[in-house]
Design a protein around this ligand. Structure first.
Ligand code: SF4
Length: 438
């Protein structure tokens, strides 16, 4: 068979033992997924059933978005609910009825579980079923958990998408489903590339509107654009759909590998594949080479955050000449990560989960040139003289596919450039400073 995109093999990390740690961890809960999901799904509303803490988290994570009549809110459990004095199910019914009467634009309503709702064993699945019966066909009500007990950060998206899979209708059609919430501009680029190769019809999960939903069945094939979608993967497989294993579309190589896997599945002619991808590949390579200049030869340490760590480390190692020392991830899905593990050069420690003090000891021992970590650890590490990259930006910035490959390298290069600029501030003439700040 013709190989569309020969990607040079690495020694691989498939057999590298994984350090599994449990203990104190510094991560977001899955409620944060609502911030990007509600923008993507234009007729959905996310109603968190939780405490004031959950409402505060959403308000601070959403920043200025809370002033724009967002499509999420918190039904706050009061003491009476927690003590079992009120019938919480009746209250949910009342809240939902009030919300839907005010907002006729809502076509999908997600009841989102939190730590408090889980601790008091509030059955949101039952509530969703009952309310769906009441408000169908105009509104579909579903439930999932975004609690800190069950989910870490991006796993909230996974739980949400997995909840949608069982209610999609049956179909015998041979269709490709692209799974994962991407910024609109990135999604359009991906659909453009697939369309130019004659691959279609392509469906997207999550779809922007409830009316765009499609069927699933034994002829459905799907490709994941995000690495944290393990439960959605399992739910799709249960519906008879078949997964196309591939590296994730981050960087030039990842994007080419991802497209090539789908092209192979659809029997795309190798010459057509090359014709469609040659120019954007070249653009991506040149953009990465320019942006990644400060990264070459530097070491990087990933603390666990989003499950994007492995594909990002692969991109930094292979396309930006960095050396990953440790790659921490909140959860390592061996099957989904197999193509990434094969592409990673041998050498880094792989860690799943977190015991934050132990991991910080390793960071201090290794003194990496760049540490990718959460907001809570970044400033303390900076004050110890370590250069950090806030992991959250990697989730909120468009980074997938060819046209964003240069920006992705730039996100990692920026803190190194800034540190060099600050160091130069006192020591160098203005021309060198301007160059460093470029
Ligand atoms: S779901 Fe749990 S971890 Fe998340 S904000 Fe609410 S209480 Fe905190």
């Amino acid at each position: 068979m013709t190989d569309y995109a020969p990607i040079p093999a690495a020694k691989g990390c498939r057999d590298t033992p994984v350090l599994r740690e449990r203990g104190q961890h510094e991560v977001f809960c899955g409620l944060t997924g609502i911030i990007w999901l509600h923008r993507k799904m234009q007729d959905a509303f996310f109603l968190v059933v939780g405490s004031r803490t959950c409402a505060h988290l959403l308000q601070s994570a959403a920043g200025v978005m809370i002033f724009a009549e967002p499509r999420f809110g918190t039904a706050i459990l009061e003491e009476g609910d927690l003590a079992g004095m009120a019938d919480a199910q009746d209250e949910i019914d009342r809240e939902v009825a009030r919300l839907l009467s005010r907002r006729p634009d809502i076509r999908q309503l997600f009841l989102v579980g939190s730590c408090p709702s889980e601790v008091i064993k509030l059955d949101l699945a039952r509530a969703a079923e009952r309310l769906s019966g009441q408000f169908a066909p105009h509104v579909r009500v579903l439930s999932y958990s975004g609690s800190g007990i069950e989910t870490t950060f991006t796993q909230g998206e996974d739980a949400c998408l997995a909840a949608m899979v069982p209610v999609l209708p049956e179909t015998e059609a041979r269709e490709l489903v692209m799974v994962g919430a991407l910024p609109d501009v990135v999604e359009q680029q991906a659909l453009g590339l697939l369309g130019a190769m004659g691959i279609g019809p392509v469906r997207v999960l999550p779809s922007p509107r409830a009316a765009d939903y499609f069927g699933l069945g034994p002829n459905t094939v799907f490709a994941l654009t995000q690495p944290f979608l393990g439960d959605t993967h399992a739910a799709l497989v249960r519906r008879g759909a078949r997964h196309i294993p591939a590296p994730f579309p981050l960087g030039e190589e990842g994007t080419t590998g991802w497209l090539a896997a789908i092209a192979r599945e659809f029997g795309v002619d190798a010459a057509l594949f090359d014709a469609v991808t040659a120019a954007p590949r070249d653009r991506a390579r040149r953009a990465v080479a320019q942006a990644a200049e400060p990264l070459a030869g530097k070491s990087v340490f990933f603390m666990p955050d989003s499950q994007l760590e492995l594909p990002l480390a692969r991109f930094l190692a292979r396309e930006c000449a960095m050396t990953p020392i440790e790659i921490g991830t909140p959860f390592l899905h061996r099957e989904l990560m197999a193509p990434e593990l094969d592409l990673l050069p041998a050498g880094p420690r792989l860690a799943e989960g977190q015991d934050v003090e132990k991991q910080l000891d390793r960071v201090r021992g290794d003194r990496p040139d760049l540490t990718v970590c959460g907001l809570g650890l970044a400033n303390p590490l900076e004050s110890e003289g370590l250069t950090t990259k806030w992991a959250i930006e990697l989730v909120f910035t468009p980074v997938h596919f060819y046209e964003q490959a240069g920006d992705l390298a730039g996100l990692f290069a920026r803190p190194l450039r800034r540190r060099a600029a600050l160091r130069l501030d006192t020591a160098q003439p203005p021309a060198a400073l301007a160059e460093a700040r470029r």
